[in-house]
Write a protein that binds this ligand. Structure first.
Ligand code: 2IP
Ligand code: CA
Length: 378
């Protein structure tokens, strides 16, 4: 159905706007970076405000998509619960109200009466119309029906970098090792029946700074992978003869060492699961390898759809290694997004178990698996 992809891009743009606003407007920025070591009250604000920004973005995406596509209501999921503690310790459900005033009132209940300006600024951004001037998008026909889809949202991936906000982190081979650039908005649509990711948007709210004004400018990328349709705002990157990998800074030394022997240079290190997936889609790295279950459906669904649109994918490392060791030549199965893990509670229900490998070119996936087959503990 035409219209859903532009709608996903539009909500990601609005989300990116809120993310930028939180850093640009004094009353919001103050809340965002409140000293963790300060008095209890500040500590509460720091935690709460970060979560509040996440929840608000998630709720605005739910609201805007649910209004345009009623078939999606009840199928739009995110990391955060919208239940929130108010300033007195009671419970408030943060949601988009009928008017900016209604939304501001809800936010005020969470932030406390002295934060009226902050609540107003956020509410205004949530209710602002976003117009897309992307003519290419209007003509995309993914051929999917919203009634068959579910949505995963990561309102702000790499929240630690978003809060710490180092602005001018020098890139290494085009990859930012940390800082604001790794804070992304991720939106993915998956097939409700099979769990396969079909539409994805990665929005970079902090792509670059205007040299004149110093203001951050964003950009976005999208992909469609449905049936035989493969469409993407990016072109598939040319494969390097030997894969260069990007890893979490917390990756196990044994994994780092083994992948360093691939011949594509020392592994690049970066923050944020979404950002590392983006690096693969952009061809800044040929694979993102993660050996632990520290990512979730909301981190990978959108970027996964984009990688599929480019001819690649995301597989569970553990399963793929097992299959490779067993000598099966078949492609390992990709991650799916429709079923919670049985017997788990909370966020763990939606963890991507057994780590992952993200790639564009299947030969790089095979090279990575061969490099890791003898690493103890994997
Ligand atoms: C986190 C965050 C972390 C990342 C982790 C994500 O998402 O992006 O930075 O760990 O995988 O799930 P690492 O940087 O080691 O890759 P969030 O910030 O939304 O919790
Ligand atoms: Ca995340």
């Amino acid at each position: 159905m035409a219209g859903l992809l532009p709608a996903l891009v539009a909500v990601s743009q609005k989300a990116a706007e809120v993310a930028r606003l939180c850093r640009a407007e004094e009353p919001l920025f103050r809340l965002l970076v409140a000293e963790k070591t300060g008095p209890d009250r500040n500590e509460r604000f720091q935690h709460d405000f970060k979560t509040l920004a996440d929840v608000l973005i998630q709720e605005l995406i739910k609201h805007d998509l649910g209004t345009q596509f009623p078939e999606l209501r009840g199928h739009i999921h995110g990391e955060e619960s919208s239940e929130f503690k108010d300033a007195e310790g009671g419970t408030v459900t943060v949601q988009v109200g009928a008017t900016p005033g209604d939304t501001a009132a809800l936010l005020l209940a969470v932030l406390g009466p002295e934060q009226a300006r902050a609540a107003e600024l956020l509410a205004e951004a949530v209710h602002r119309e976003v117009t897309l001037e992307d003519t290419e998008l209007a003509d995309i026909e993914p051929g999917v029906c919203p009634g068959d889809l579910g949505i995963w949202i990561d309102p702000i991936d790499s929240t630690n970098e978003f809060i710490r906000g180092c602005e001018d982190v020098a890139a290494v081979d085009g990859v930012a090792p940390g800082g604001l650039r790794s804070a992304l908005v991720l939106v993915g649509a998956f097939d409700r029946h099979t769990g396969v990711p079909v539409l994805g948007v990665i929005n970079e709210p902090f792509f670059q700074r205007d040299p004149q004004t110093g203001r951050w400018q964003g950009r976005y990328h999208w992909g469609v992978a449905h049936g035989d349709t493969r469409l993407c705002s990016l072109s598939p990157p040319a494969p390097r003869p030997r894969p260069c990998v990007v890893l979490s800074r917390a990756e196990a030394p044994a994994v780092r060492g083994a992948l360093g022997l691939l011949g594509g240079g020392p592994p690049l290190l970066a923050a944020g699961a979404g950002y590392k997936l983006l690096c693969v889609a952009l061809g800044l790295a040929d694979a993102f390898v993660l050996s632990r279950a520290t990512t979730f459906a909301w981190d990978s669904c959108g970027p996964h759809a984009i990688l599929r649109a480019l001819g690649g994918g995301v597989v569970a490392l553990e399963g793929a290694l097992r299959a490779r060791r067993d000598g099966g030549g078949a492609e390992p199965p990709e991650l799916r997004y429709h079923r919670p893990r049985p017997g788990r509670a909370g966020a763990e229900r939606w963890a991507n178990p057994g780590g992952l490998v993200a790639f564009v070119h299947p030969q790089h996936l095979r090279a990575v698996l061969d490099a890791l087959r003898d690493v103890p503990g994997l």
